[in-house]
Design a protein. Structure first.
Length: 318
């Protein structure tokens, strides 16, 4: 793997770590958002519905009290009709809760129990109105008193609503706890991912830098050694065929070419030296021959001079 690929790998790991951290954050925020949406769409309306149903039961109880206190038949009929209307509204509200706001199986079980108690309370209302319409004041007081027919069933309904409110409140607490736990896990995972990426990239970068520094120092030391010793037969170790390896290979090829050029120059210098020696030898031979010829010319001139002198003497003698 060359240096460029190592750097690309380091940047890729950095980008992947950032993407991973962002994905963890997005996933956590999505979970929290879903929990928040469910809280707003289900749990809050559930609590509001339970409170309204409980208030409706309280209103029905007030109408039952009023019916027992009313003397005229028309007023009693009006109160009775109003109480039954409130009951129908209460029953419809609970049916809506069963269809739209159930959180889980336990909530469904609680709601079904409340529905069964509402059905029983409708029968209790009929029994109470018979007692009240008969102007049985003792029966009315007994029914509305603690432990009586009406009071016991109203207490049971209030308890049912309290149980559902408490359960939905526990769902809110659990949701908050889950959100806090999810946030803590997300922060932990993000920190772990960031630290791991930082450690891996740091070690990888440190290893890469130290490796590059070591190889550059080896190349520098080899070049200094060649320049000091002028030993062109020495080559540098190439190592990996990355950018530094290719640079070392190019330097070795340059040294090889320089050595070949110097060898050719040395060979040419030898040839020139041989030719110069031959020329010098030829010049020496030519010089010797010239000296011999010069001596011969001198001897010839002397002979001619002697001959001329002899001729002169012979002429004088004649």
């Amino acid at each position: 793997m060359n240096i460029t690929k190592k750097l690309l790998l380091a940047f890729s790991l950095l980008i992947l770590s950032l993407i991973g951290t962002n994905l963890i954050a997005v996933f956590s925020l999505s979970k929290i958002s879903n929990a928040q949406d469910y809280f707003q769409a289900n749990i809050l309306p559930s609590l509001d519905a339970m409170n309204k149903e409980m208030l409706k039961v309280t209103s029905i109880r007030s109408q039952l009290y009023l019916h027992g206190l009313t003397q005229d038949a028309a007023g009693m009929a009006e109160v009775q009709q109003k109480a039954f209307k409130m009951y129908d509204e209460l029953y419809a509200m609970h049916q809506h809760y069963l269809k739209e706001l159930i959180s889980d199986q336990h909530d469904l079980d609680l709601s079904n129990k409340t529905l069964g108690d509402l059905d029983k309370f409708r029968t209790v209302m009929d029994q109470y109105f018979k007692i009240s319409n008969a102007n049985d004041r003792d029966g009315v007081v007994k029914a509305m008193h603690s432990g009586g027919l009406v009071a016991e069933n109203i207490t049971l309904l209030v308890k049912d609503f309290d149980d559902q409110i408490a359960y939905n409140t526990s769902l809110v607490t659990a949701a908050n706890s889950n959100n806090s736990s999810l946030i803590s896990r997300s922060i932990t995972l993000s920190l772990i991912a960031t630290l791991a990426a930082t450690l891996i990239l740091g070690l990888f970068g440190l290893f890469t830098v130290l490796n590059i520094k070591r190889r550059l120092n080896e190349m520098k030391d080899g070049m200094v050694s060649i320049s000091e010793k002028l030993d062109l037969s020495h080559t540098l170790p190439t190592g990996r065929l990355d950018e530094i390896g290719r640079a070392v290979g190019a330097f070795n090829l340059l040294i090889e070419r320089v050595a070949e050029s110097l060898s050719m120059v040395r060979s040419a210098s030898g040839s020139v030296n041989t030719a110069a020696n031959e020329i010098a030898l030829g010049n020496n031979e030519l010089s010797a021959r010239t000296e011999q010829q010069s001596a011969a010319v001198v001897e010839t001139a002397a002979s001619m001079e002697e001959l001329s002198s002899t001729v002169k003497q012979n002429a004088q003698n004649a």
